[in-house]
Write a protein that binds this ligand. Sequence first.
Ligand SMILES: [Zn+2]
Length: 474
Amino acid sequence: MTIDWQREVESRKDELLEKLNAFLSIESVLDPDTAGEGAPFGKGIDQALTYMLELGKENGFSVKNLDGYAGHIEYGEGEEIVGILSHVDVVPAGDGWTTPPFSPDIRDGKLYARGAIDDKGPTMAAFFALKIVKELGLPLSKKVRLILGTDEETYWRCMDHYFKHEPMPVMGFTPDADFPLIVAEKGFLDISLRGEVPSGEPVAEGEDTWTLASFTAGQRVNMVPDLAKAKLVGEGDVFGLKEQYQEFLLSRRIRGYAEEADDHLMLVLEGVSHHGSEPGKGLNAALELIRFLKEKVQLDADGQRYVNFAHRYLVDSFFGEKMGLAQSDDIVGKLTVNAGVFQYEREQSHLVRINVRYPISGDHETILREIDELARPYGLRVEDVDHKAAHAVDKNHELVRTLSQVYEEQTGQQAELLAIGGGTYARALDVGVAFGPLFPGREETAHQKDEHIMVDDLLKATAIYAQAIYELAK
Ligand SMILES: [Zn+2]
């Protein structure tokens, strides 16, 4: 039997866009103020989850709501479950939109709204895909569950709750990233290194010595910081230091300036932000300022220790070389280290936060232990750690083979298997890959103003998902 999946989608286009329009109009942003029993993440997210589950019920599917944390829409028979994992929550709208973010608008073949591509558009595509399979009366030997998460943009508490109460699918995909297929993702560790303060070390004395009063850079551990500031106090030669700083900036072609106030000198350095999965790109403002402080400034003991740690292990070491952590595999490549946040307040807080992304073969406990050992002599130790294990599905797995084949059949393009340093929702599944909805070469607008998806791409994705569901569960 040959099925024209694209035609099946086209004949439901108006209905799909109408339902999606209503779904996108719900402001499903995390809102603790309206959270309560059965709606742990607030009213908007609860409304969006309920909307999808009601739609499922109206279309004759069995549905389940797990205390407002997550839900699923189910079709098919059998012991095994194929999962499709998407989410109904969105990030806050932000400013600068051409049309209101929660009033969907189609212009030049593009559907604009917060959530259009991340992840309400794809959720609706997956729903219509399941609906098509059902309406064609295709026999399935497995159950298919469209699992709806509600906290993907924050802490994934939805998935913790869901999988506490429901079985893990034997395999599945998430329409929450890129086509063709993302089959491998590095593990990652967000590590906070904290100092025991105050140490009571005396302030610096002497003519050419400065005390580091504060050092700050970065707000997010998974971004390259684009601004760093060091506040120095002391009796040193202000003019000489300013001159040296200018020379340093000039020689390294970096932007920045020194600002003199009554009781201190502030050194400001401007870098270039970049995603923390590629820490060597962009320009890490903190590490450049550390380089200057280490090479040119005689600091007090506490300040020196903090600067020395960063200089010894983080400067010029985006692949963990200086910490002895360099490793790679031929699936996702090299381990990376992003030094994302620095907060040093003399006698108050000594903090460095780093984001380590390690290959599939890496061992996170060894990595943590080694970093802790290196940091201790500098008065820092590993405290808070957020860990997500590396994730990979074998390229010969039935899931990967089937989805590749469907993608190639429907697009005429080769289904290149992607391995990334970032993370996708597929990690929530034991055997899961990311599969669309962003096609190669398309502009990435998730989390940005004027987020959109091309309407034709949305329909194409729906057709691909419909065939994928059928092939995986038949
Ligand atoms: Zn998403």
